[in-house]
Structure formats: C-alpha cells, structure tokens
Design a protein around this ligand. Structure first.
Ligand SMILES: C=CC1=C(C)c2cc3[nH]c(cc4nc(cc5[nH]c(cc1n2)c(C)c5CCC(=O)O)C(CCC(=O)O)=C4C)c(C)c3C=C
Ligand SMILES: [Fe+2]
Ligand SMILES: [Fe+2]
Length: 368
C-alpha cells in the first residue's frame, strides 16, 4: 500500500475554505453489549488513556474488561438513551449545527463546520477526509474538553496528526488551546447555574464534579487537576460563592489505581449525611450531557445522596445548546481564524491571478 494517499488533481479554480471540526470523545452506536464492546476496545486501547505496558494491558483488556464491562455499561447506556440516540452524540450534532449557523452568518460560504468523535463514528479520519473533499485547506480543531488532559485533548490531537501523516496534501491545522479559564466559558457556566437556581431554587451547596484521571498523571505533569480546580474557583467567584459553599470533586474512577481526589461518590455521601436543604451538582468539564453526567451523576448520584440521608438533590445539566456556550465556541474559533481571513474574508484570489496559475500549470503539465 502506498505510504501517502493519492489526492485528486489540484484545482486552482476552487476557492479554498476553512474547516472547523468539533471533536468529542465518542459513544457506542447502540446501548447493547455488542455495540459497547468495539467502542470500549478502541477507547481503552488508546495508550493516551491507559499507560500500562502494551502486552500486560492487552491481557487485562481482552481477558477481563471486554468480557465483563460491555454488558454492565450497556445497561447504563440503556437508562439514558434517547429516541435520537446517545445524548453525547445528539448534543454534539446540535452544537455543530448551531455553531455552523452562527459562523455561516458571519462568514458566508467561507467556513465548513462539522464534528467528529475520537472513538466510534464519525471518525476523525473520515471527517478530515470530508473537509478536504470540500477543499478545506485550513482546519481548526476544537477539542470539546475545556480542561487539558493527555487522555482527552492530546489523544484528539494525536489522532489528527496520525491522519495527516498519511496525507499527501496536508491542510494547515490549528488546535484550540484549553479554555478552562476563558471568561466566556465561565460566564456560560455561571448563566447555566443561575438559570437553574431561578427555576429550582438555590441549593445550600454546589458540587462541581469533574471527570477524574489517574493520580500519577498529575505527578507526571498533566495540568488537568490544576485546570479543573481553576475552573471551579472562577465559577464560584462568578456566582459569589465563598469556599465553604462549593466543592470540586472527581468522578468516574476506572480501575484499581488511585485517581484524583476527592472522589465525587464519597463527597455525595458526606454531603448527604449533612442534611442540607438542597444540594446542586454540576459537571463543568463536560460540555455535553453523556453517560457520565446523566447516569453516574443525575441517577446514581441522586440515589446515593438520598440513601445517605439527603433530601433535595438537583442535577444541573451541562452546557449542551446554551446560547452563551455556542457563542463561546464561536469566539474560540474566531480567535483561531486570526490571520487566516483577509479583511474578514477567507483568501479569495482574483480571476486574473487564477487564470495565470492555471496557464502556468497547464504549461508545466504539457512540457512534462
Ligand atoms: C471530560 C473529560 C474526560 C476525561 C479526562 C476522561 C478520562 C478517562 N476516561 C476513562 C474511561 C472511561 N470513560 C468513559 C466515558 C466517558 N468519558 C468521558 C470524558 C472523559 N474521560 C465522557 C464524555 C464519557 C461518556 C461517553 C458517552 O458515551 O456518553 C468510559 C465508557 C463508559 C463506561 O464503560 O464506563 C470509560 C471506560 C479513563 C480510563 C480516563 C483517563 C485515563
Ligand atoms: Fe472517561
Ligand atoms: Fe494542581
């Protein structure tokens, strides 16, 4: 097989476009063990996610995890699945559509907005290929993770670069930097919490639960912990909460190793015993509701809180299609567009210049 893929002949006359690709984690195609297994296999075979030596991990993954977990996970997925499909995918599609509307209005005909999933479909490979077919010669990658973790942000970027390694005519790439402290993101989260308070009353305490990562990643220099804590502090400040009125915790522990603490499950237990008038829970690290927020926090978390003696447990949905969040995405993209648009327009060559290039190209081709 050729090392580099053959491309269609370069077409001078097609105006180059800029692609915007929102990339989230991915999700199974159906809430069944058969569909969850290949998804988990791809996810958990990513060395950015599990850093155990390959041969040892292969045995554990295939011998234990992929025989036991798909069924259990599928049952959890079934409890949150919607008519349109997995919530993570449904929200990501909606986010891309809304962003496309906003950016399309601002830069008509110049941008192509789409989404991809790191695991499952649509794959990063297929979406980059699609953007190239639409003549996107520049692509902005938007990891849908406000806080950087090597297991998420770096994994997305790795996959983009892996695809480019096979590409003959590579698009120019810009990757959006972590936005855990971006004022618009914090303002969107604060607006989401305030709206929830208006509709459901303000709780005595706000729990901010972030996805966890193994503790050793912090020791090896992954900034995820610091990013999460800063998001938490900024959100608390935006909501005028003092440090006794909120807690940052980490959920979704996987495997036997120690993960970032405090664990959300333990904090929920402790807060349940305190008999607060109301506990509010938000997951600021997830920009779309998914298994980890809807099942683990909204369903299981509520159950554990009530079991521990708590009364009123309020889950605050993720940013999903919140207008301020979509505008945050627009601003992140606009920042990356700097220098890629001339006078607010994507590069547009005049017709004379185009004809000159075409003629030069024809001359070279015929003399060859
Ligand atoms: C938001 C950031 C995320 C980080 C950081 C993250 C790290 C991480 N996750 C696992 C293992 C699993 N995560 C699973 C689901 C899942 N994880 C995230 C996000 C982050 N993960 C999301 C959005 C989802 C939900 C996907 C959906 O379909 O809704 C799962 C699969 C579900 C299950 O079987 O429990 C696993 C497994 C590790 C090991 C890790 C860091 C090392
Ligand atoms: Fe995860
Ligand atoms: Fe830290």
């Amino acid at each position: 097989m050729a090392r580099y893929l053959t491309e269609p002949q370069f077409a001078h006359q097609n105006p180059a476009k800029i692609g915007v690709l929102l990339i989230n984690l991915g999700t199974p195609e159906a809430p069944t063990a058969q569909a969850v297994r290949p998804y988990l296999r791809q996810f958990l075979s990513d060395p950015r996610v599990v850093e155990i030596p390959k041969a040892i991990w292969w045995l554990i993954l295939n011998g234990i995890i992929l025989t036991v977990r798909p069924k259990k996970s599928a049952e959890k997925y079934a409890s949150i699945w919607t008519k349109e499909g997995s919530p993570l995918k449904v929200w990501t599609i909606k986010q891309a559509k809304l962003l496309k509307g906003q950016l399309g209005e601002a830069f008509p005909g110049q941008l192509v907005v789409d989404y991809a999933m790191r695991y499952g479909s649509p794959s990063i490979e297929s979406q980059i290929s699609q953007l190239k077919t639409l003549n996107c010669q520049k692509i902005i990658i938007v990891p849908m993770y406000p806080q950087y973790a090597a297991s998420t942000t770096a994994s997305v970027n790795d996959e983009v670069y892996r695809v480019l390694q096979k590409t003959r005519f590579q698009p120019a790439i810009r990757t959006v930097a972590p936005y855990y402290d971006h004022p618009r993101y914090i303002a969107a989260l604060a607006a989401q919490v305030r709206q929830h308070w208006q509709a459901n009353g303000k709780g005595e305490h706000l729990l901010m639960s972030f996805h966890g990562v193994p503790r050793y990643t912090l020791e090896k220099g992954d900034p995820y912990h610091c990013h999460a804590l800063k998001t938490g502090r900024l959100l608390a400040e935006a909501l005028d909460l003092n440090p006794t009125q909120y807690t940052v915790s980490f959920q979704s522990r996987f495997g036997k190793a120690e993960w970032l603490k405090p664990y959300t499950s333990q904090v929920i237990q402790q807060l349940g015993q305190k008999q607060l008038s109301q506990l509010d829970v938000i997951c600021p690290g997830f920009v779309a509701d998914c298994l980890e927020t809807l099942e683990e926090i909204a369903i299981e978390g509520r159950h554990d809180y009530l079991q521990a003696g708590g009364k009123n447990y309020q889950f605050i949905p993720c940013l999903n299609d919140h207008a301020e969040w979509i505008s945050t995405l627009e601003e992140l993209v606009r920042t990356e567009l700097t220098g890629w648009l001339t006078n607010g327009k994507a590069e547009k060559r005049n017709i004379d210049e185009l004809n000159q290039s075409l003629n030069r190209c024809k001359t070279i081709n015929t003399t060859n």
